[in-house]
Design a protein around this ligand. Structure first.
Ligand SMILES: CC(C)(COP(=O)(O)OP(=O)(O)OC[C@H]1O[C@@H](n2cnc3c(N)ncnc32)[C@H](O)[C@@H]1OP(=O)(O)O)[C@@H](O)C(=O)NCCC(=O)NCCS
Length: 165
């Protein structure tokens, strides 16, 4: 693993390197290149980007405020929660590591970074929620302790109260 930095997406810093980013998942790569700037302008998401010392993009993830229905969560999650129709969560909409950096620990690092930012965001949220694009991505989140929703096997949550401080 090389030295790396994680910063909010900044066109001046990441705009050029973004063009060569390749996770080999076309939906994630085209989102990063073509849709992200608009979503940042509209403030529907934030995006954090990891770069190596040469400025090459290692990976990125997006975060947004969201809400989930108590009915979608297992009892173990809802027991201590208020009976609101929706409970607040932070959603990690996308996570992708460039194929040249996969399998070197960066996915786990970006996940931990996202949890830390969610906890220190100043906004209440009981969990981090992720949507896995397929079973292999789901296995990655399960490996990190994420729990599936009741009837949505590819949507997972991790209670932020369980993140070691
Ligand atoms: C899935 C992805 C984010 C994982 O990142 P990565 O940097 O390759 O994975 P890491 O090297 O950080 O792996 C960390 C740990 O997760 C495990 N892991 C990685 N991928 C896994 C998988 N698919 N299933 C189960 N465990 C997995 C590793 O074995 C490692 O375990 P360890 O800490 O016990 O040694 C990355 O491969 C990727 O971007 N893939 C393409 C896009 C994608 O699938 N995004 C998922 C969001 S939908």
């Amino acid at each position: 693993m090389c030295a790396f930095q994680i910063n909010p997406y900044d066109k001046a810093l990441h705009g050029a390197a973004r063009k060569t980013f390749l996770s080999n998942v076309p939906a994630l790569d085209s989102y990063f290149r073509e849709q992200l700037s608009q979503d940042l302008k509209s403030r529907v998401t934030t995006c954090l980007v990891a770069t190596d010392p040469q400025g090459m993009i290692i990976g990125f993830y997006t975060l947004a405020a969201s809400g989930v229905s108590l009915a979608d969560l297992p009892d173990e999650a809802t027991r201590k929660l208020p009976r609101y129709p929706l409970v607040p969560v932070i959603r990690m909409g996308r996570l992708a590591i460039d194929h040249r950096f996969q399998g070197q620990g960066y996915g786990g690092i970006l996940l931990a970074d996202a949890m830390a930012r969610a906890i220190h965001s100043g906004v209440g949220a009981f969990a981090m929620v992720v949507d896995a694009k397929d079973q292999a991505a789901g296995a990655f989140y399960k490996h990190h302790g994420f729990i599936p929703f009741l009837n949505e096997p590819l949507t997972f949550y991790f209670p932020l109260a369980n993140v070691p401080s």
